[in-house]
Ligand binder design. Structure first.
Ligand SMILES: Cc1cc2nc3c(=O)[nH]c(=O)nc-3n(C[C@H](O)[C@H](O)[C@H](O)COP(=O)(O)OP(=O)(O)OC[C@H]3O[C@@H](n4cnc5c(N)ncnc54)[C@H](O)[C@@H]3O)c2cc1C
Length: 306
Protein backbone atom coordinates (compact mmCIF):
# COMPACT_ATOMS: atom_id res chain seq x y z
CA UNK A 1 0.00 0.00 0.00
CA UNK A 2 1.36 3.42 -1.00
CA UNK A 3 0.78 6.51 1.22
CA UNK A 4 3.51 8.81 0.09
CA UNK A 5 4.69 12.13 -1.20
CA UNK A 6 5.47 11.88 -4.86
CA UNK A 7 6.99 13.68 -7.81
CA UNK A 8 5.92 13.34 -11.40
CA UNK A 9 8.86 12.06 -13.39
CA UNK A 10 7.48 11.83 -16.93
CA UNK A 11 4.46 12.59 -19.06
CA UNK A 12 3.78 10.55 -22.25
CA UNK A 13 0.82 11.22 -24.54
CA UNK A 14 -1.30 8.14 -25.37
CA UNK A 15 -3.94 10.00 -27.37
CA UNK A 16 -4.91 13.61 -28.02
CA UNK A 17 -6.23 14.37 -24.53
CA UNK A 18 -4.74 11.66 -22.26
CA UNK A 19 -1.23 10.92 -21.09
CA UNK A 20 0.56 8.31 -19.03
CA UNK A 21 1.97 10.09 -15.97
CA UNK A 22 4.76 8.43 -14.02
CA UNK A 23 4.79 9.12 -10.27
CA UNK A 24 8.14 8.69 -8.55
CA UNK A 25 8.61 8.34 -4.78
CA UNK A 26 11.87 10.02 -3.70
CA UNK A 27 11.65 8.77 -0.09
CA UNK A 28 10.87 5.12 -0.89
CA UNK A 29 12.16 2.34 -3.10
CA UNK A 30 8.81 0.96 -4.28
CA UNK A 31 8.51 -1.56 -7.07
CA UNK A 32 5.36 -1.45 -9.16
CA UNK A 33 4.45 -4.52 -11.22
CA UNK A 34 3.94 -3.92 -14.93
CA UNK A 35 2.33 -7.34 -15.30
CA UNK A 36 0.00 -9.20 -12.94
CA UNK A 37 -1.82 -12.49 -13.41
CA UNK A 38 -5.47 -13.11 -12.58
CA UNK A 39 -8.23 -10.52 -12.32
CA UNK A 40 -8.74 -9.59 -8.65
CA UNK A 41 -6.67 -6.38 -8.92
CA UNK A 42 -8.31 -5.05 -12.10
CA UNK A 43 -9.80 -1.51 -11.88
CA UNK A 44 -8.48 -0.73 -8.42
CA UNK A 45 -7.38 2.89 -8.29
CA UNK A 46 -5.05 5.41 -6.68
CA UNK A 47 -5.95 8.75 -5.18
CA UNK A 48 -3.82 11.73 -6.16
CA UNK A 49 -3.91 14.84 -4.00
CA UNK A 50 -2.33 18.20 -4.75
CA UNK A 51 -1.95 20.18 -1.54
CA UNK A 52 -1.38 23.33 -3.58
CA UNK A 53 -4.71 22.93 -5.45
CA UNK A 54 -6.47 21.42 -2.44
CA UNK A 55 -7.90 18.66 -4.66
CA UNK A 56 -8.03 14.87 -4.65
CA UNK A 57 -8.93 12.83 -7.72
CA UNK A 58 -8.88 9.10 -8.55
CA UNK A 59 -7.06 7.29 -11.37
CA UNK A 60 -7.41 3.61 -12.31
CA UNK A 61 -4.69 1.02 -12.53
CA UNK A 62 -4.30 0.21 -16.23
CA UNK A 63 -1.21 -1.92 -16.71
CA UNK A 64 -1.85 -2.80 -20.36
CA UNK A 65 -1.42 0.83 -21.44
CA UNK A 66 2.16 0.89 -20.20
CA UNK A 67 4.42 1.25 -23.24
CA UNK A 68 6.22 -2.07 -22.67
CA UNK A 69 3.03 -4.02 -21.97
CA UNK A 70 1.15 -2.46 -24.88
CA UNK A 71 3.95 -3.56 -27.22
CA UNK A 72 3.90 -7.09 -25.82
CA UNK A 73 0.16 -7.53 -26.26
CA UNK A 74 0.42 -6.16 -29.80
CA UNK A 75 3.21 -8.63 -30.48
CA UNK A 76 1.00 -11.55 -29.40
CA UNK A 77 -1.53 -10.48 -32.02
CA UNK A 78 1.11 -9.66 -34.65
CA UNK A 79 2.67 -13.10 -34.26
CA UNK A 80 -0.66 -14.74 -35.05
CA UNK A 81 -1.12 -12.55 -38.10
CA UNK A 82 2.42 -13.32 -39.24
CA UNK A 83 1.80 -17.05 -38.86
CA UNK A 84 -1.39 -16.68 -40.93
CA UNK A 85 0.68 -14.95 -43.62
CA UNK A 86 3.50 -17.51 -43.43
CA UNK A 87 5.91 -14.82 -42.25
CA UNK A 88 8.48 -16.53 -40.03
CA UNK A 89 9.91 -13.36 -38.39
CA UNK A 90 8.02 -13.79 -35.14
CA UNK A 91 8.75 -11.53 -32.14
CA UNK A 92 9.40 -12.65 -28.56
CA UNK A 93 6.69 -11.25 -26.24
CA UNK A 94 7.98 -12.97 -23.07
CA UNK A 95 8.41 -10.59 -20.12
CA UNK A 96 11.82 -10.66 -18.43
CA UNK A 97 12.84 -9.72 -14.88
CA UNK A 98 13.97 -6.20 -15.73
CA UNK A 99 10.72 -5.43 -17.50
CA UNK A 100 8.51 -6.87 -14.75
CA UNK A 101 8.87 -3.97 -12.28
CA UNK A 102 9.16 -0.20 -12.38
CA UNK A 103 10.16 2.25 -9.64
CA UNK A 104 7.38 4.55 -10.89
CA UNK A 105 3.62 4.25 -10.72
CA UNK A 106 2.07 4.99 -14.10
CA UNK A 107 -1.49 6.30 -14.28
CA UNK A 108 -3.42 7.51 -17.33
CA UNK A 109 -5.01 10.92 -17.06
CA UNK A 110 -7.24 12.83 -19.42
CA UNK A 111 -6.67 16.58 -19.40
CA UNK A 112 -9.73 18.68 -18.52
CA UNK A 113 -8.82 22.17 -19.64
CA UNK A 114 -10.61 24.00 -16.83
CA UNK A 115 -9.20 26.43 -14.30
CA UNK A 116 -8.37 24.54 -11.09
CA UNK A 117 -8.76 21.05 -12.64
CA UNK A 118 -6.24 18.62 -11.14
CA UNK A 119 -5.78 16.88 -14.50
CA UNK A 120 -4.85 20.18 -16.17
CA UNK A 121 -2.42 20.89 -13.34
CA UNK A 122 -0.78 17.44 -13.67
CA UNK A 123 -0.47 17.72 -17.45
CA UNK A 124 1.35 21.05 -17.02
CA UNK A 125 3.58 19.75 -14.23
CA UNK A 126 7.20 20.82 -14.40
CA UNK A 127 9.05 17.53 -13.88
CA UNK A 128 12.33 19.41 -13.24
CA UNK A 129 11.49 22.03 -10.63
CA UNK A 130 8.42 20.68 -8.88
CA UNK A 131 7.74 21.07 -5.16
CA UNK A 132 8.43 17.82 -3.23
CA UNK A 133 5.69 18.58 -0.72
CA UNK A 134 2.83 19.01 -3.18
CA UNK A 135 1.61 15.64 -4.51
CA UNK A 136 0.42 12.82 -2.25
CA UNK A 137 -0.50 9.36 -3.56
CA UNK A 138 -2.60 6.69 -1.81
CA UNK A 139 -3.45 3.24 -3.19
CA UNK A 140 -4.31 0.83 -4.52
CA UNK A 141 -7.83 1.36 -3.15
CA UNK A 142 -11.36 0.22 -3.95
CA UNK A 143 -12.86 -3.13 -4.87
CA UNK A 144 -11.96 -2.91 -8.54
CA UNK A 145 -14.23 -4.96 -10.78
CA UNK A 146 -14.66 -7.48 -7.97
CA UNK A 147 -15.03 -10.22 -10.55
CA UNK A 148 -16.29 -13.64 -9.44
CA UNK A 149 -13.53 -16.25 -8.98
CA UNK A 150 -15.21 -18.25 -11.78
CA UNK A 151 -16.11 -16.36 -14.94
CA UNK A 152 -19.32 -17.68 -16.41
CA UNK A 153 -21.92 -16.34 -18.80
CA UNK A 154 -21.63 -13.01 -20.58
CA UNK A 155 -19.99 -9.98 -18.96
CA UNK A 156 -20.78 -6.64 -20.55
CA UNK A 157 -18.43 -3.71 -19.87
CA UNK A 158 -19.70 -0.32 -21.04
CA UNK A 159 -17.28 2.60 -20.96
CA UNK A 160 -17.75 6.29 -21.64
CA UNK A 161 -14.44 8.07 -22.42
CA UNK A 162 -11.78 7.44 -19.77
CA UNK A 163 -14.13 4.92 -18.17
CA UNK A 164 -12.35 2.58 -20.61
CA UNK A 165 -9.23 2.60 -18.43
CA UNK A 166 -10.86 0.44 -15.77
CA UNK A 167 -11.80 -2.27 -18.32
CA UNK A 168 -8.73 -2.54 -20.53
CA UNK A 169 -6.81 -4.90 -18.25
CA UNK A 170 -9.82 -7.22 -18.37
CA UNK A 171 -9.73 -7.05 -22.19
CA UNK A 172 -5.97 -7.73 -22.07
CA UNK A 173 -6.57 -10.78 -19.84
CA UNK A 174 -9.13 -12.21 -22.29
CA UNK A 175 -6.74 -11.34 -25.15
CA UNK A 176 -4.00 -13.47 -23.58
CA UNK A 177 -6.48 -16.30 -23.04
CA UNK A 178 -7.71 -16.14 -26.64
CA UNK A 179 -4.15 -16.02 -27.94
CA UNK A 180 -3.30 -19.12 -25.86
CA UNK A 181 -6.19 -20.96 -27.56
CA UNK A 182 -5.22 -19.82 -31.06
CA UNK A 183 -1.56 -20.69 -30.39
CA UNK A 184 -2.66 -24.33 -30.00
CA UNK A 185 -4.50 -24.28 -33.31
CA UNK A 186 -1.55 -22.69 -35.12
CA UNK A 187 1.12 -24.66 -33.29
CA UNK A 188 2.72 -21.45 -32.00
CA UNK A 189 4.86 -22.39 -29.00
CA UNK A 190 6.58 -19.19 -27.85
CA UNK A 191 3.68 -16.78 -28.16
CA UNK A 192 2.94 -15.77 -24.54
CA UNK A 193 3.97 -13.03 -22.11
CA UNK A 194 4.21 -15.50 -19.24
CA UNK A 195 4.10 -19.18 -20.18
CA UNK A 196 2.89 -20.06 -16.64
CA UNK A 197 -0.20 -17.89 -16.80
CA UNK A 198 -3.32 -20.02 -16.28
CA UNK A 199 -6.87 -19.17 -17.20
CA UNK A 200 -8.65 -21.82 -15.12
CA UNK A 201 -11.22 -19.26 -13.93
CA UNK A 202 -12.62 -18.82 -17.45
CA UNK A 203 -15.73 -20.96 -17.84
CA UNK A 204 -16.68 -22.59 -21.14
CA UNK A 205 -19.61 -20.23 -21.67
CA UNK A 206 -17.74 -17.03 -20.78
CA UNK A 207 -17.79 -14.14 -23.22
CA UNK A 208 -16.72 -10.51 -22.73
CA UNK A 209 -18.67 -7.80 -24.51
CA UNK A 210 -16.66 -4.58 -24.37
CA UNK A 211 -18.37 -1.35 -25.43
CA UNK A 212 -16.31 1.83 -25.63
CA UNK A 213 -17.25 5.32 -26.64
CA UNK A 214 -14.88 8.18 -27.44
CA UNK A 215 -15.42 11.68 -28.78
CA UNK A 216 -13.32 10.99 -31.91
CA UNK A 217 -10.57 8.79 -33.34
CA UNK A 218 -7.79 10.99 -31.92
CA UNK A 219 -9.08 10.28 -28.43
CA UNK A 220 -9.68 6.55 -28.90
CA UNK A 221 -7.54 4.23 -26.78
CA UNK A 222 -6.85 0.50 -27.38
CA UNK A 223 -9.37 0.39 -30.24
CA UNK A 224 -6.72 -1.02 -32.61
CA UNK A 225 -6.05 -3.94 -30.25
CA UNK A 226 -9.76 -4.58 -29.66
CA UNK A 227 -10.53 -4.53 -33.40
CA UNK A 228 -7.82 -7.09 -34.10
CA UNK A 229 -9.08 -9.23 -31.22
CA UNK A 230 -12.55 -9.11 -32.73
CA UNK A 231 -11.12 -10.27 -36.05
CA UNK A 232 -9.46 -13.22 -34.33
CA UNK A 233 -12.60 -14.11 -32.41
CA UNK A 234 -14.53 -14.26 -35.70
CA UNK A 235 -11.86 -16.08 -37.68
CA UNK A 236 -11.21 -18.79 -35.07
CA UNK A 237 -14.86 -19.10 -34.01
CA UNK A 238 -14.04 -18.53 -30.36
CA UNK A 239 -17.17 -16.64 -29.24
CA UNK A 240 -15.22 -15.11 -26.36
CA UNK A 241 -15.13 -11.43 -27.29
CA UNK A 242 -17.41 -8.86 -28.85
CA UNK A 243 -16.21 -5.30 -29.41
CA UNK A 244 -18.57 -2.41 -29.98
CA UNK A 245 -17.02 1.02 -30.36
CA UNK A 246 -18.51 4.43 -31.00
CA UNK A 247 -16.83 7.66 -32.04
CA UNK A 248 -19.30 10.47 -31.35
CA UNK A 249 -18.15 12.56 -34.33
CA UNK A 250 -18.12 9.77 -36.94
CA UNK A 251 -19.79 10.29 -40.32
CA UNK A 252 -22.19 8.71 -41.05
CA UNK A 253 -23.28 9.02 -37.41
CA UNK A 254 -22.99 5.82 -35.41
CA UNK A 255 -26.09 4.96 -33.37
CA UNK A 256 -26.21 6.02 -29.74
CA UNK A 257 -26.51 3.24 -27.19
CA UNK A 258 -30.28 3.55 -27.04
CA UNK A 259 -32.63 0.83 -25.80
CA UNK A 260 -33.11 -0.31 -29.41
CA UNK A 261 -29.36 -0.47 -30.08
CA UNK A 262 -28.75 -2.44 -26.88
CA UNK A 263 -31.50 -4.90 -27.82
CA UNK A 264 -30.04 -5.24 -31.32
CA UNK A 265 -26.46 -5.82 -30.10
CA UNK A 266 -27.05 -7.81 -26.91
CA UNK A 267 -30.31 -9.59 -27.81
CA UNK A 268 -28.30 -12.57 -29.00
CA UNK A 269 -27.19 -13.05 -25.36
CA UNK A 270 -30.73 -13.10 -23.92
CA UNK A 271 -30.74 -15.10 -20.67
CA UNK A 272 -26.95 -15.44 -20.73
CA UNK A 273 -25.83 -12.05 -19.36
CA UNK A 274 -24.28 -12.42 -15.88
CA UNK A 275 -23.17 -8.87 -15.18
CA UNK A 276 -22.97 -5.42 -16.69
CA UNK A 277 -20.26 -3.02 -15.53
CA UNK A 278 -20.60 0.69 -16.23
CA UNK A 279 -17.84 3.29 -15.96
CA UNK A 280 -17.88 6.86 -17.23
CA UNK A 281 -19.30 10.32 -16.58
CA UNK A 282 -22.53 10.58 -14.55
CA UNK A 283 -24.88 11.37 -17.51
CA UNK A 284 -23.46 8.34 -19.35
CA UNK A 285 -24.09 6.11 -16.32
CA UNK A 286 -27.67 7.35 -15.89
CA UNK A 287 -28.58 6.96 -19.59
CA UNK A 288 -26.91 3.57 -19.92
CA UNK A 289 -28.61 2.16 -16.84
CA UNK A 290 -32.01 3.39 -18.00
CA UNK A 291 -31.56 1.95 -21.51
CA UNK A 292 -30.25 -1.37 -20.21
CA UNK A 293 -33.22 -1.77 -17.87
CA UNK A 294 -35.78 -0.84 -20.51
CA UNK A 295 -34.19 -3.32 -22.93
CA UNK A 296 -35.42 -6.05 -20.57
CA UNK A 297 -32.14 -7.93 -20.98
CA UNK A 298 -30.80 -7.24 -17.48
CA UNK A 299 -32.13 -6.50 -14.03
CA UNK A 300 -30.92 -3.75 -11.69
CA UNK A 301 -29.11 -6.34 -9.53
CA UNK A 302 -26.92 -7.32 -12.49
CA UNK A 303 -25.63 -3.78 -13.07
CA UNK A 304 -22.49 -2.57 -11.29
CA UNK A 305 -21.03 0.94 -11.35
CA UNK A 306 -17.24 0.86 -11.22
C1 LIG B 1 -12.81 5.36 -9.36
C2 LIG B 1 -12.42 6.40 -10.39
C3 LIG B 1 -11.42 6.12 -11.31
C4 LIG B 1 -11.04 7.07 -12.25
N1 LIG B 1 -10.06 6.77 -13.15
C5 LIG B 1 -9.65 7.72 -14.03
C6 LIG B 1 -8.57 7.44 -14.94
O1 LIG B 1 -7.96 6.36 -14.92
N2 LIG B 1 -8.20 8.41 -15.81
C7 LIG B 1 -8.84 9.65 -15.84
O2 LIG B 1 -8.46 10.51 -16.64
N3 LIG B 1 -9.87 9.92 -14.99
C8 LIG B 1 -10.26 9.01 -14.08
N4 LIG B 1 -11.27 9.31 -13.20
C9 LIG B 1 -11.80 10.70 -13.16
C10 LIG B 1 -10.87 11.59 -12.30
O3 LIG B 1 -10.88 11.15 -10.95
C11 LIG B 1 -11.28 13.08 -12.28
O4 LIG B 1 -12.64 13.18 -12.02
C12 LIG B 1 -10.92 13.78 -13.58
O5 LIG B 1 -9.51 13.76 -13.77
C13 LIG B 1 -11.40 15.23 -13.55
O6 LIG B 1 -10.87 15.90 -12.45
P1 LIG B 1 -10.27 17.38 -12.64
O7 LIG B 1 -9.92 17.94 -11.27
O8 LIG B 1 -9.20 17.39 -13.65
O9 LIG B 1 -11.47 18.16 -13.27
P2 LIG B 1 -12.69 18.88 -12.50
O10 LIG B 1 -12.31 20.25 -12.14
O11 LIG B 1 -13.16 17.98 -11.42
O12 LIG B 1 -13.73 18.90 -13.69
C14 LIG B 1 -14.32 17.70 -14.10
C15 LIG B 1 -15.63 17.93 -14.86
O13 LIG B 1 -16.26 19.13 -14.53
C16 LIG B 1 -16.65 19.88 -15.68
N5 LIG B 1 -16.14 21.29 -15.59
C17 LIG B 1 -15.23 21.74 -14.72
N6 LIG B 1 -15.00 23.06 -14.89
C18 LIG B 1 -15.80 23.46 -15.90
C19 LIG B 1 -16.06 24.72 -16.53
N7 LIG B 1 -15.43 25.81 -16.17
N8 LIG B 1 -16.92 24.73 -17.54
C20 LIG B 1 -17.59 23.62 -17.92
N9 LIG B 1 -17.42 22.40 -17.35
C21 LIG B 1 -16.53 22.31 -16.34
C22 LIG B 1 -16.08 19.18 -16.85
O14 LIG B 1 -17.13 18.77 -17.69
C23 LIG B 1 -15.39 17.96 -16.32
O15 LIG B 1 -16.02 16.79 -16.83
C24 LIG B 1 -11.68 8.34 -12.27
C25 LIG B 1 -12.71 8.62 -11.34
C26 LIG B 1 -13.07 7.67 -10.42
C27 LIG B 1 -14.15 8.00 -9.43
Amino acid sequence: MVREKSLLSSIRAICKSSAGLEFFFPNQSFKFARFLKGTNWIAKHFSITSKKLGKTRYYSVCLCLNQIMYAKHKMLLDNIRKREENDSTLGNPKIDKEEMYSSCLELFVKKYDFEGALSKYLHAYDTQSANHEDIFVIGPIGLGLDIDPKLSGVYVCMAGGTGAYCFLDFVAYILRYMVSQINKQLDLTENSIDADEEFSDIGEDFCLVYMSSFSDKDNGVYTDVCSELQRLDNKYNLNRFKFINRFSDSQPKQPRWSTGFIKEQLGVFTGKISKVFLCGPTPFLDDSQENLLSSGLVSKEQIRFV
